[in-house]
Design a protein around this ligand. Structure first.
Ligand SMILES: *Cc1c(COP(=O)(O)O)cnc(C)c1O
Length: 416
């Protein structure tokens, strides 16, 4: 069990964040009801859960799933499929769906998430990336304070600018995530300049952390992963695209083939878990957000810098903590792994991951491989020694993970 000192930290944190946890409960309640109302509206029924095989023609469960997702996100249409292999795949499919050679993609929230760099690619890279297909790319860096550089965005918009991209979550960068209200402001700003531009949002890690989603504030197209928030820990794989009907349709032609789109695709027995995961998602996302708030509070008590701070508004799952040296990062990540129900006997070590310039250490004791609605943590071993944690299917697990990590640091003499 935990040392007195560690338990004391827990009690103090729980006192500090009590009001914040109540606020999160309100978000859970409202989002839970929103999801249930969408199920009811479309009369979700047991027979919808039956899987389909082969072409998957007339799979009513799949059709209703799309309708329910569209309603929950306040979008005209959605495409929810186990055939998406990851978040990157859904984002790539959405972008390739609407962009054509000669068009330009403008990212207005700085450098996008790592896995998208190869989707954007380079002209003539021979990989079939966006730029290889003759789609131009620009990105506007965020300002010093982490806000979008509106003046620079206005300057860079040209007649070729077809899509403006926004990444909601910080991902693994020390910058603020963008709330849905802030995304709404970005939409208003760019549509004022170019009304027909398609605003795309990478919504990964954001779903159900707030009461509304980007498609409810004017975003035309967004995408996310089912092994993150909206899969509710139950969807074993998959992703979604939601937005204006025409754009979702174009994306569906890219996922399958023109003329086929979303009308086919066997669900192979995944439908029930995807529905049930969506039903659970508001609650589980709330558990994970509570876990992040708890972690921030505890690490702030210990004198570390956190981002966001415990009391900041939240729009995603990620909690960053800045430590003082590599030993802290390793003790933290190993502690998170030790508290897992799955693979707790495995000791993560820093390794040279392909595509990264520094060794990275990762904790992922998860039921779904790489599932990051489950408690997980990552840290590149480099200054300024930032660890990123996210997820947690139960708030208790998040707390136990954080306390185990702290005890680990104490045992190694890194904390007094
Ligand atoms: C997770 C994530 C992605 C996609 O990652 P996959 O590992 O391909 O699912 C894209 N953008 C952000 C901000 C993410 O958090």
């Amino acid at each position: 069990m935990f040392k007195e000192k560690v338990l004391g930290l827990m009690e103090q944190a729980e006192l500090q964040i009590e009001g914040k946890l109540k606020e999160i409960d309100r978000v859970i309640d409202r989002n839970q009801w929103k999801v249930i109302r969408a199920f009811q509206k479309h009369k979700v029924s047991d027979y919808h859960f039956a899987g389909s095989t082969g072409y998957g023609y007339n799979d009513r469960g799949r059709e209703v799933l799309d309708l329910v997702y569209a309603d929950v996100f306040g979008a005209e249409a959605a495409l929810v499929r186990p055939h998406f292999v990851s978040g990157t795949h859904t984002i790539g499919t959405a972008l390739f769906g609407v962009l054509r050679p000669g068009d330009e993609l403008l990212m207005m929230t700085g450098r996008p998430y790592d896995t998208l760099h190869k989707v954007i690619g380079k002209p003539g890279d021979g990989q079939g990336s966006l730029q290889d297909w003759g789609i131009a790319y620009q990105e506007v860096a965020l300002l010093e304070d982490g806000s979008p550089d509106f003046a620079a965005v206005a300057e860079r918009i040209t007649p070729r600018t077809k899509v403006i991209g926004i990444q909601r979550s910080r991902g693994y960068a020390w910058r603020p995530s963008f709330t849905v209200a802030q995304i709404g402001e970005m939409v208003r700003f760019v549509k004022e300049i170019k009304p027909d531009v398609i605003v795309f949002v990478d919504n990964c890690y954001g779903e159900f952390t707030e009461l509304t989603e980007p498609t409810e504030v004017g975003v035309d197209l967004m995408a996310g992963s089912l092994i993150k928030n909206p899969g509710g820990g139950l969807a074993a794989t998959g992703g979604y695209i939601a937005g204006k009907s025409r754009y979702v349709e174009l994306a569906s032609y890219r996922l399958t083939a023109p003329g086929i789109g979303g009308e086919v695709g066997a669900m192979l027995g995944t439908t029930r878990a995807i529905f049930q995961g969506l039903f659970l998602a508001p609650h589980l996302v709330g558990q994970a957000v509570k876990g992040s708030v708890f972690a921030a509070s505890v690490f702030e008590q210990l004198g570390f810098t956190t981002h966001p701070r415990w009391n900041d508004p939240r729009t995603d799952l990620i909690q960053a903590v800045q430590f003082t040296g590599p030993e802290h990062l390793i003790a933290f990540v190993q502690g998170i792994q030790q508290a897992a129900a799955v693979d707790a006997h495995v000791v993560p070590e820093p390794w040279d991951m392909p595509g990264y310039e520094h060794p990275v250490i990762m904790a992922a004791g998860t039921f779904i491989q790489g599932g990051s609605l489950e408690l997980s943590a990552d840290a590149p071993i480099r200054e300024p020694y930032i660890a990123y944690m996210q997820g947690g299917l139960t708030y208790s697990h998040c707390k136990m993970g954080v306390l185990t990590a702290i005890q680990n640091m104490m045992d190694r003499g890194l904390l007094s």
